[in-house]
Design a protein around this ligand. Structure first.
Ligand SMILES: NC(=O)C1=CN([C@@H]2O[C@H](COP(=O)(O)OP(=O)(O)OC[C@H]3O[C@@H](n4cnc5c(N)ncnc54)[C@H](OP(=O)(O)O)[C@@H]3O)[C@@H](O)[C@H]2O)C=CC1
Ligand SMILES: CC(C)(CO)C(=O)C(=O)O
Length: 341
């Protein structure tokens, strides 16, 4: 039996990793599409990458909506969710209804923290793999995926929120499905995939949050600056480092343990970011420039609320949250688009 994967949210990141998984032996990858449905159904995804070259990724099946996927009769081993995490706009965990079987694991490939709870509440007995992606990719037109840099994905099992009854959800089974997914990534050429346990993957999430809270939000607040510009401006570098320190200082208090030694310091993150190719932009800036909702809640709002519960204050994160929320609201009011408020 082949391993079957369904990408839910086949945009930049979903299609990029989907195209990699599709090259793993005995692996069939399908895609649930929305605005790119016609392009992908007709031509597949055209993926360009400095690492893997130019390829066409033709999913086994392309679905226009969840009902079609449910009616296909296919049983998926992995549902890979790579929609934008926008709990203030929609609860995407509802997209998985009717698709989760006894053999299915859910893989959440989204930035931010506190993204897992709604999935676990809806499917309390299902293994949830929480994944942190470091690749930088964009979809400039429907079905065209430009991978700019990096490939790394860290995966680990989600242990669960305290208020959810997870009786029958065996943690060792979650680890097994996580290892299986990790092997698939490796077989698909993601050589720097990483496997973590439930505690350390949350530290990885907070470490990635330090990048997104600083870089993504500042790219928008500084009036559309790309990664190269931000990391070569001395004043902005000072601000980015201070935000990263704020988040990374809070993480051990919030998670109740020390981070793995392998995680980078703010200075190391900055050095790596300074090597970004000119023109590569954080995903939040891409959303801002296209008039779409930004992932403000999972990147700023959730961390602030979680930190407050532990008595930790993050003043820079607080200021950016307040400013960006109003920027988004003002933009949407001006364009008459109230659906995103
Ligand atoms: N881009 C990047 O470089 C990185 C992004 N990330 C994170 O990965 C996640 C995905 O980001 P990214 O790939 O950039 O986002 P994109 O906007 O490129 O892709 C999201 C996709 O999900 C689709 N989608 C949303 N809702 C539905 C729905 N109800 N049914 C079907 N499809 C749906 C969107 O369709 P439509 O086009 O119609 O809206 C879009 O194709 C985010 O959490 C992001 O922060 C992490 C690392 C890097
Ligand atoms: C690739 C990276 C790290 C760039 O900031 C990212 O996570 C994003 O764009 O959301």
């Amino acid at each position: 039996m082949p391993t079957r994967v369904l990408i839910i949210g086949a945009g930049a990141i979903g299609a990029f990793y989907g195209s990699r998984l599709a090259t793993a032996p005995h692996t069939l990858v399908s895609a649930l599409c929305r605005s790119n449905y016609t392009a992908v159904k007709t031509h597949g995804f055209q993926v360009t990458s400095p690492i893997y070259g130019s390829t066409t990724f033709r999913p086994e099946r392309v679905f226009e909506n969840v009902l079609e996927a449910q009616r296909s009769g296919l049983r998926f081993d992995f549902l890979l969710v790579a929609t934008k995490a926008l709990p203030d706009v929609d609860d995407d965990s509802r997209l998985l209804e009717g698709l989760v079987g006894s053999q299915t694991s859910i893989v959440l490939v989204q930035n931010g923290v506190g993204i897992e709870e709604s999935y676990q509440k809806r499917s309390p007995r299902t293994s949830i793999i929480t994944a942190v992606a470091y690749a930088n990719a964009a979809q400039p037109q429907p079905g065209v995926i430009n991978h700019h840099a990096w490939t790394r994905m860290a995966v680990g099992p989600y242990r669960g929120a305290k208020d959810v009854d997870v009786e029958g959800n065996d943690e060792s089974l979650s680890m097994q499905s996580c290892s299986r997914f990790f092997e698939l990534l490796k077989a698909g050429g993601v050589k720097d995939a990483e496997l973590h346990d439930a505690a350390s993957i949350q530290h990885v999430r907070w470490s990635k949050l330090a990048i997104n809270a600083s870089m993504n939000c500042s790219a928008v607040l500084s009036g559309s600056s790309d990664n190269y510009t931000m990391t070569h401006d001395p004043d902005l570098v000072g601000h980015l480092l201070a935000v990263m320190h704020e988040v990374l200082d809070a993480a051990p208090i919030i998670l109740g343990s020390l981070p793995p030694k392998s995680l980078p310091t703010p200075a190391q993150i900055m050095k790596a970011s300074q090597r970004s190719v000119s023109g590569s932009k954080p995903s939040m800036l891409v959303d801002w420039e296209s008039g779409r909702a930004m992932e403000l809640e999972v990147i700023l709002g959730n961390p602030l609320r979680i930190a407050r519960e532990k008595g930790v204050v993050m003043p820079r994160v607080e200021s950016m949250y307040a400013l960006l929320k109003l920027m988004q609201r003002n933009r949407d009011r001006a364009s008459g688009n109230f659906s995103k408020l």
